[in-house]
Design a protein around this ligand. Structure first.
Ligand code: FAD
Length: 582
């Protein structure tokens, strides 16, 4: 294992110790979040009694595990597939206040998530990036010039946005200069304001890793199939090891939190009380990805659609992604996919606002579809449903949380854990507001940029490009150090520089991020399936070889992992073969 204290045969310039320090707790807890330690983790889960057991490894569950662990509670979390496999890897990937909710007078919600934007950014600068957003104001659009100006002002005011980042209204000429691809005939003006861009799956993983570093025991591919009751109260859960090696086991806990996103009601249905009162209302949201050169925007744009909705178009590395749809969903929750209808809706909306680009179905290189776990309100359409979170507690003691947004995950967790602390009759304050997530130990954006430049300058002797270091830094922050050290360690045996850095990243993913298969790695740890699809073909053999070696796969297991990935790959790229209607 790479260790900063051991001297590499290459004379690598070491980082200032403040960057190194944070790595140490992770080294100490490495076994706790390594895919190779599964059997021992299952033993721990089945032998200890926990204060809190969280069901669901999306952002909501990860946030609750982190909050509870940092308040000193004994915490376990189980996820039925991979961490962030559900909605938390399929969002618009924005840390935002939700400008459009102002139209629905959801002032409290906009205020809370607006303030949380800055908290999430401060605590995880490596995966949260400030993003200028252009709001074109058009004839017949959802808001006129004055209302947009007032709306954006209120938006900034509610979120306590710094003076130099507040919204700026632009006239038609300036708006056209800012984004020359916008249609001009109906354009009246524009508003420029700030949001933040993230990688939702990585935000979930970094939150989970920080929970583990603070003592939580978290396991993926572990599905809760039933509850254990004593005297009509929940005292534990039955869990199925989905990787098949450890069968079924029980976990005992005083408080059980159902943070299963779109599956919250499925779990409520196995609680003796069933689904009572409020219930979930699932809506599907689809995004499409096109090569950057097909929609070469100057910055992100939040634009009106012809049917009075709003869509984001967001440039990211070599691509631009666009979304989202919002339609009622009653299909298979385990397999939401983009249909040709969804793709054409987004293409039509984009071509309407940016007519010269004339995007075609054949330009779409990737898609993803996610389910919003919203709370049903009679008579409301998908877009009108509130994004507020709510907590339900059953008679047997199941604490379910639904609704909410990625951006507000920390506050949602605070509410759940404060409730549990009250029930436990203990007074432990929430500590997460100033808690940096693993990899995010930077005081400022300049500090982060300095770190990237320093590392990029150092690794020339192992032939890693500055561009690749930049990409890895935005994925792993200071934990990039461990990957680089590993690459140095591999240098004597792996001569090809591309294979070397890829092998080092795979090593990190298995040992520090509980990667169990190709899909975990390519879809949720690296986001490559969505954002770097063209790179996959060349690199797949390298990833497969090193994952197989790290996880000890035989030929059959390797073939199975490849087949699973190919299935997932086909699903995101071959939407045209999906049924036209839901
Ligand atoms: P999930 O991420 O779905 O996690 C629940 C987990 O529970 C799943 O991984 C599932 O496998 C697991 N699970 C289920 N059953 C069991 C079981 N029996 N045992 C063990 N585990 C189980 N929010 C924003 O702030 N910004 C955005 O830009 C944004 N865009 C969005 C765009 C779309 C299209 C959608 C759909 C949502 C968007 N959201 C956004 C909302 C945000 O993504 C969700 O609120 C959030 O990801 C929900 O997280 P979750 O953890 O509650 O659910």
């Amino acid at each position: 294992m790479a260790d900063y204290k051991s001297c590499s045969i290459f004379n690598v310039v070491r980082l200032p110790s403040r960057y190194i320090n944070y790595y140490n707790p992770l080294i100490n807890t490495m076994n706790d979040f390594s895919a190779l330690n599964r059997t021992s983790l299952i033993q721990q889960l089945s032998q200890q009694k926990f204060d809190v057991l969280v069901i669901g490894g999306g952002i909501t569950g990860a946030g609750i595990a982190l909050d509870a662990a940092t308040r000193g509670l004994r915490v376990a979390l189980v996820e039925k597939l991979d961490f962030a496999w559900g909605t938390s890897s399929r969002s618009t990937k924005l840390i935002h206040g939700g400008l459009r909710y102002l139209k629905q007078f959801e002032v409290k919600l906009v205020r809370e998530v607006g303030i949380e934007r800055a908290v999430v950014y401060r605590n995880a600068r490596h995966i949260v990036t400030p993003e200028k957003m252009l709001l074109p104001i058009i004839d017949g659009g959802s808001l006129g010039k004055t209302l947009s100006s007032i709306g954006l002002w209120i938006y900034d005011y509610l979120a306590h946005v710094d003076k130099d980042e507040r919204r700026r209204m632009c006239d038609k000429t300036e708006t056209q200069q800012l984004e020359p691809l916008l249609r001009t005939d109906i354009l009246k003006a524009g508003g420029l304001y700030y949001e933040y861009r993230t990688d939702d799956a990585r935000l979930t993983i970094e939150t989970m890793k920080t929970a583990v570093a603070n003592g939580a025991t978290c396991l993926n591919y572990a599905e809760v199939t039933d509850f254990v009751l004593e005297n009509d109260k929940l005292v534990g859960v039955k869990v199925n090891d989905k990787l098949g090696t450890n069968g079924t086991f029980e976990i005992r806990a005083t408080y059980i939190v159902n943070a299963a996103g779109p599956w919250v009601d499925t779990l409520r249905n196995i609680d003796p009380e069933g689904v009572h009162g409020k219930r979930l209302h699932l809506t599907k949201g689809v995004h499409i990805v096109v090569p950057r050169e097909k929609l070469p925007l100057q910055q992100s744009v939040y634009f009106d659609t012809q049917d009075k909705r709003m869509c984001f178009a967001i440039p990211r590395f070599g691509v631009t992604y666009i979304g989202t749809t919002d339609t009622n969903y009653t299909g298979d929750t385990n397999r939401p996919v983009a249909t040709l209808n969804d793709v054409e809706y987004i293409l039509n909306a984009t071509n309407y606002m940016f007519p010269s680009v004339n995007l075609q179905v054949s330009d779409v290189i990737s898609t993803w579809a996610g389910l919003r776990p919203l709370i049903h309100q009679d008579g409301k359409s998908p877009s009108e449903l509130s994004r507020k979170d709510e907590i339900f507690i059953s008679d047997a003691g199941l604490i379910s949380i639904a609704g909410g947004k990625l951006t507000g995950y920390r506050k949602m967790a605070e509410r759940v854990v404060t409730l549990i602390c009250k029930k436990m009759n203990i007074n432990k304050p929430c500590l997460t507001v100033n808690l940096t997530l693993t990899g995010g130990e930077f005081d400022s954006q300049e500090d982060f940029d300095k770190f990237i430049n320093l590392r990029a300058g150092e690794v020339k002797d192992i032939n890693v490009s500055a561009q690749h270091i930049n990409l890895l830094a935005h994925r792993y922050g200071t934990n990039l150090n461990a990957i680089i050290e590993k690459a140095y360690d591999l240098a004597p045996t792996l001569k090809d520089p591309i294979e070397r850095i890829e092998a080092a990243e795979v090593w990190y993913a298995v040992h520090f991020e509980m990667v169990n298969n190709l899909c975990d790695y390519i879809v949720r740890r690296t986001g490559r399936l969505y954002f770097e699809r063209p790179s996959i073909e060349a690199l797949l053999p390298i990833w497969t070889k090193h994952l197989a070696a790290a996880l000890g796969w035989n030929d059959t297991q390797t073939a199975q992992a490849l087949a699973e990935f190919e299935r997932e790959y086909a699903e995101v790229v071959s939407f045209a073969q999906q049924p036209i209607t839901q």
